[in-house]
Write a protein that binds this ligand. Sequence first.
Ligand SMILES: Cc1cc2nc3c(=O)[nH]c(=O)nc-3n(C[C@H](O)[C@H](O)[C@H](O)COP(=O)(O)O)c2cc1C
Length: 212
Amino acid sequence: MPTLLVIDSSPMTDSAVTRRLTRQFVALWQQRFADGDVIFRDLGANPPPHPDALTLAAFNKPEPARSAVEREAVRYSDRLVDELLLADHIVLGSPMYNFTVTSGLKAWIDLVGRAGRTFDYRPTGPVGLLRNKQVFVVTARGGFYAGDSPEAAMDFQESYLRAYFNFLGIDEVRFIHAEGQGIDGETAQAGEARAARHLQTLFAEGEAGLVA
Ligand SMILES: Cc1cc2nc3c(=O)[nH]c(=O)nc-3n(C[C@H](O)[C@H](O)[C@H](O)COP(=O)(O)O)c2cc1C
């Protein structure tokens, strides 16, 4: 049975649009995979530490050469990597902050991109070490960026996340956008409802969404 990793990254714990949509994803996923395992990682409520000099240096040391403090720093990153390695499906709630991801999600990205664990540099170039995983990114944005929007060039969130997961070896990265959250109540609701319908179609029978 597959494992789903649910990553929320909105600092807003009660009102977040992305949290409502990741919960909907979990409910649909559990209908489909009743015996599957679900792991929750909340980068909004419990932001990971920004990687510091000690942590980054410790990544490059063999385990026996690490001090107790270094071991603890690496352990935190290892836990995040282990969750990712266990997952077949990943749903990531990602609010757009200043045209890209929140700082909590960026810290996770820096702690999970680990040479030797999630990618390798080989003589022929970088190789992602993650295999057979699908990522579903649920975004919320105040404005409109998708499609032929005039603001499309300022969307550094989708291209960035797609490039990052591709770099780690995950080619299947799908985006579900809840746009227009900052315009007015009606536009915000319509944007969220559109995203909710998009999630339904991903799980609809016959859709090439979830392969596990
Ligand atoms: C610090 C901050 C920066 C933001 N930057 C952008 C932005 O660059 N573009 C945009 O369309 N919306 C921006 N927003 C609006 C959020 O994307 C929007 O409120 C979204 O619903 C947040 O997701 P959440 O409801 O899941 O927390 C920003 C909001 C905050 C608090």
